[in-house]
Write a protein that binds this ligand. Structure first.
Ligand SMILES: Nc1ncnc2c1ncn2[C@@H]1O[C@H](COP(=O)(O)OP(=O)(O)OP(=O)(O)O)[C@@H](O)[C@H]1O
Ligand SMILES: Nc1ccn([C@@H]2O[C@H](COP(=O)(O)O)[C@@H](O)[C@H]2O)c(=O)n1
Ligand SMILES: [Mg+2]
Length: 220
């Protein structure tokens, strides 16, 4: 989609940290952990490549979207709100998503995480940093043309309520307006590893492997 990473965006965001800091949900505590944020437009192949990385490099894959969908299924009090936001392609408040991520990280027992589809906007980014004090090792950015992403989503067939053309258009708009600025922020800090995600799955993974090769010594 011709994503130029040359603009620096650093928008201050007010974060209600009191709501986010819940003793039961706190993570990581004193533990040293490694986080890679995996970002890219809807359908760019984040989930597909994360599954490959898990196999080869021993990371735990946490998809923010998957965690939110599981929360809906669990019958949680936030379920209806989350479902409505997802149907509209909107970003769920950070308070909810960060608690789900912290819980999943804690329960995994691992210390290396691929966080897929997060942070999705400046609020996500600032709140995660404030609450967890975690700086990502780097940001893996899957850059893919919009028409290819649309083709992939419409062929996905996983029964997702947001995989319809009306919601897909909204998700693309949110990606351009809210998520790309986060990628630009990390790019200005030299943290973005950009991948051409428009290629076949195996070829994309060849490029991904090069980026993760420093972690190969840690394969189980
Ligand atoms: N490089 C690729 N070439 C062709 N198809 C692909 C490629 N990567 C993934 N796909 C297919 O495209 C669809 C979307 O991939 P995937 O679910 O991994 O994307 P995603 O970035 O996680 O999307 P979302 O943000 O909507 O969760 C899937 O059906 C997947 O099999
Ligand atoms: N940080 C996030 C991530 C996702 N969402 C919502 O979930 C939808 C699906 O996300 P995928 O990564 O699985 O495509 C997304 O469109 C958002 O509605 C969110 O709110 N915050
Ligand atoms: Mg996904």
């Amino acid at each position: 989609m011709g994503t130029m990473l040359d603009a620096t965006v650093d928008v201050p965001v007010a974060v209600e940290t009191s709501k986010l800091q819940d003793a039961d949900e706190s993570f990581p505590g004193d533990k040293k952990i490694t986080v890679v944020f995996v970002l890219g437009g809807p359908g760019s192949g984040k989930g597909t490549q994360c599954a490959n990385i898990v196999q080869h490099f021993g990371f735990t894959h946490l998809s923010a979207g998957d965690l939110l969908r599981a929360e809906i299924k669990s019958g949680s009090e936030n379920g209806t709100m989350i479902q409505n936001m997802i149907k509209e392609g909107k970003i769920v408040p950070s308070e909810v998503t960060i608690k789900l991520l912290q819980r999943a990280m804690r329960e995994s027992g691992n210390d290396k995480f691929l966080i897929d589809g997060f942070p999705r906007n400046e609020e996500n980014r600032a709140a995660f940093e404030e609450v967890t004090k975690i700086e990502p090792e780097f940001v893996l950015f899957f850059d893919c043309p919009e028409e290819e992403m649309q083709r992939r989503i419409l062929g996905r067939n996983q029964g997702r309520e947001d995989d319809n053309i009306e919601t897909i258009r909204k998700r693309f708009k949110v990606f351009m307006e809210s998520s790309l600025p986060v990628i630009e922020y990390y790019n200005s800090k030299g943290k973005v590893r950009k991948i051409d995600a428009g290629k076949p799955i195996e070829e994309v993974f060849e490029d991904v492997k090069e980026i993760f090769s420093p972690y190969s010594a840690q394969v189980a």
